[in-house]
Design a binder for this molecule. Structure first.
Ligand code: ADP
Ligand code: GLC
Length: 526
C-alpha cells in the first residue's frame, strides 16, 4: 500500500500572508509562521537505505524527512535496480509509460521515511554489479541511456503527475538526473527546477553520437545546452537549464567557479553564477546516533563517553589490530584519487613509531588498494586494510576509533567527518570544500576559545598531513585536552535543520518568481 505524504496540517486560525507562508498565533499570542505546503519531486540514482554507494545516498535518504518540518513533502524517483525491488516488497504500480522506446513501469513504495517512485525497466536496470559499474568494475556501457530514461520519467511525472500528485518543484541530483531539465524544457513544462551538484568530477560526459538517441530537439546540441568540448554532458544540461543550481557547501560553490577546481565546467558555472549557491549537507541524527546505534558494541553519549572504550576494544578485535593504548586512526572511504588515500603511505612510519594504528575500509582503485595492501603486509597488526562496503563496520569504526582521517584532494561536502564528530572520533581533514567549513582546526586560539573540533591540513601536502597527525597525537596524549575536543565535537549541530530551511526557502522563491526568467538565455540559444 502506498502511504500518502504526511504534510503538517494547517489549523483554522491560519492567515495567508503575502510571501506565500501562513501565520497563526501561539498560546501566548505570538505570531508564528507556518508554511504553505509544497510538493517536490527529487530525482537521483541512489537513496539510503535501498541503494547506496556513497554520501549522495545518505543525503537523498535523509533530506525528505527534514523537509517535512518545513511543509515540503517530497517523493523520490530512483531506478528500480534489482536490489531496490528486493528491498521494497511493499509497492504498487503507480503508472506505465513508454519512454525512449522502452516500456516502463512506475512503482510507488514507502521505505523508512521515504516516499519512493521506482522507474522499472529491466532491459536497462536489471544488471549485475552496482548502479554505475558492472561486476568487473567497468561502467555499464549504456549508462547514458539508463539515466536518460530516469530523466525522461522524471519529466513525464513533472508534466502529468502520478496518481493524482503533482510536483511544484523538481529537484535534480547530480548528472544522472541532469537531463530531466532538458526534457522538461523541450516540452515546455513550466515547473521550477533545482539542480544540486554533489560532485563536479562526475559530469555524465558521452560521445556526441548518442545525442540523436535521446529524443531531444536538434538545437539542444548547442554550447549553451548539452554540447561539451565536442561531446555532450548531462550535468551541463542541468546546470544550463535549471532555475537554481546548488552544491553541497558554500566553500565548494566558490571553488568550482575557479579554473583550478572547475573541472572544465568553470565557464559554464560562471554563466549561472547568479543562481548558484552552496547549502551544506546535514546528517540523519536518528541513524547516526551513538546512543541508539544498533551496529556498535556499546551505546554512549556525551555523558557516558567512557563507554566508547568498549567500542575501541571491539574495533581492535574485529579488525585484528595489535592491542594497545596508542590512538586508532580510521579511513572510511571510496579509495580514489579524490580521497587522497595515496598520501597516507609516506606518513605511516612516523605514525607507527608513535604507537598509533591505522584501519582503512573501502573499495575503489586497484592501484591504491595494491599500495595499501603492501603497507598492511609490512606493518602487520598496525596497518589493516579491509576491502568492501559495510555499513555496520562504518558505524563501529566511528564509535571505536580515536581519529578519522579524510585526506581528500577536494571534497564537495563530506559526511564522514560529520559522523565522526557526532561519535566523538576526532577528524583530521584536508582544508577543502565542506571539510574546511565543518571542522574547526585545533589551533591555539580555537583551543583557548573552546571551539576546536578537529585538525586541518593543506590539501595534497604530505608534510602538512604529517604535521596534522603529529598535532593530533600530541593532543591525544593529553587526556584533558582530548576530552575537551571530543566534547566540542559531539556538541556540534549537523542536523538538517538550517539546511532544510534553506532548501525550502529556495523552492518557495522559485515557485513564486516564475521559472522562465533565468533560463531565458537557454531557451533562446537552444
Ligand atoms: P562520498 O560520497 O564522496 O563517497 P561522503 O563522505 O559524502 O563521501 O560519504 C561517504 C558515505 O559512504 C558515508 O556514509 C560513509 O560512511 C560511506 N562509506 C564510504 N566507504 C564505505 C565503506 N567501505 N563501507 C561502508 N560505508 C562506506
Ligand atoms: C559526493 C561528494 C561528497 C558529498 C556527497 C553528498 O559524493 O563527493 O563530498 O558529501 O556527494 O553530497
Amino acid at each position: 500500500m502506498t502511504r500518502k505524504l504526511e504534510i503538517p496540517p494547517f489549523d483554522s486560525h491560519s492567515e495567508r500572508i503575502s510571501n506565500g507562508m501562513e501565520t497563526e498565533t501561539d498560546s501566548k499570542g505570538r505570531i508564528v509562521r507556518r508554511f504553505e505546503p509544497l510538493a517536490v519531486l527529487a530525482v537521483a540514482s541512489e537513496a539510503f537505505p535501498v541503494i547506496k554507494t556513497g554520501g549522495l545516498a545518505d543525503v537523498i535518504g535523509s533530506l525528505p524527512k527534514a523537509l517535512l518540518s518545513q511543509g515540503v513533502g517530497a517523493r523520490t524517483l530512483i531506478p528500480a535496480y534489482p536490489s531496490v525491488l528486493a528491498k521494497c516488497e511493499d509497492k504498487e504500480v503507480a503508472g506505465q509509460m513508454s519512454l525512449l522506446g522502452e516500456q516502463v513501469t512506475l512503482w510507488a513504495s514507502h521505505c523508512n521515511d521515504l516516499e519512493l517512485l521506482l522507474v522499472d525497466c529491466p532491459a536497462l536496470f536489471d544488471r549485475r554489479g552496482g548502479p554505475y559499474l558492472d561486476d568487473q568494475g567497468r561502467n555499464h556501457p549504456d549508462n547514458w541511456r539508463r539515466f536518460a530514461l530516469l530523466s525522461a520519467a522524471a519529466a513525464r511525472i513533472a508534466a502529468e503527475g502520478v496518481d493524482g500528485w503533482r510536483p511544484d518543484v523538481v529537484h535534480l541530483h547530480d548528472w544522472q538526473a541532469g537531463l530531466t531539465a532538458a526534457y522538461m524544457r523541450a516540452s515546455g513544462i513550466d515547473v521550477p527546477i533545482v539542480l544540486t551538484i554533489h560532485n563536479l568530477a562526475f559530469q555524465g560526459q558521452f560521445p556526441v553520437s548518442v545525442f540523436s538517441e535521446l529524443g531531444l530537439p536538434d538545437h539542444f546540441l548547442h554550447v549553451n545546452a548539452l554540447e561539451y568540448y565536442g561531446d555532450i554532458s548531462f550535468l551541463k544540461a542541468g546546470i544550463r537549464m535549471a532555475d537554481a543550481v546548488t552544491t553541497v557547501s558554500p566553500t565548494y560553490a566558490r571553488e568550482i567557479l575557479t579554473e583550478e577546481q572547475g573541472m572544465g565546467m568553470a565557464g559554464v558555472l560562471q554563466s549561472r553564477r547568479s543562481v548558484l549557491s552552496g547549502i551544506v549537507n546535514g546528517i540523519d541524527e536518528d541513524i547516526w546516533n551513538p546512543l541508539t546505534d544498533p551496529y556498535i558494541a556499546q551505546n554512549y553519549d556525551l555523558d557516558s563517553i567512557d563507554r566508547r572504550r568498549d567500542n575501541r576494544d571491539a574495533v581492535e578485535r574485529t579488525f585484528g589490530l595489535t592491542p594497545g593504548d596508542g590512538a586508532i586512526l580510521s579511513v572510511i572511504s571510496r579509495l580514489t584519487w579524490q580521497k587522497g588515500i595515496d598520501l597516507l603511505a609516506p606518513v605511516l612510519p612516523g605514525l607507527i613509531d608513535r604507537g598509533a594504528r591505522l584501519i582503512v575500509i573501502g573499495e575503489g582503485d586497484p592501484s591504491i588498494i595494491y599500495g595499501l595492501a603492501e603497507q598492511a603486509r609490512k606493518h602487520s597488526g598496525r596497518v589493516v586494510i579491509h576491502l568492501g562496503f559495510s555499513e555496520e563496520s562504518a558505524h563501529l569504526l566511528h564509535a571505536g576509533s580515536d581519529i578519522v582521517i579524510q585526506p581528500s584532494r577536494f571534497e564537495p561536502c563530506g559526511l564522514t567527518q560529520l559522523y565522526a564528530l557526532r561519535y566523538g572520533a576526532i577528524p583530521i581533514v584536508a582544508r577543502t570544500g565542506g571539510l574546511a567549513e565543518t571542522v574547526i582546526d585545533a589551533n591555539e586560539a580555537a583551543m583557548a576559545a573552546g571551539v576546536a573540533t578537529g585538525f586541518q591540513f593543506h590539501p595534497g601536502s604530505i608534510e602538512d598531513l604529517y604535521n596534522a597527525i603529529d598535532r593530533a597525537l600530541t593532543t591525544y596524549d593529553n587526556t584533558g585536552s582530548w576530552r575537551r575536543l571530543q566534547t566540542q565535537a559531539m556538541r556540534t549541530d549537523f542536523g538538517w535543520g538550517r539546511s532544510a530551511e534553506r532548501y525550502a526557502r529556495l523552492y518557495r522563491q522559485l515557485t513564486r518568481s516564475q521559472a522562465g526568467v533565468t533560463v531565458g538565455d537557454v531557451r533562446r540559444c537552444a
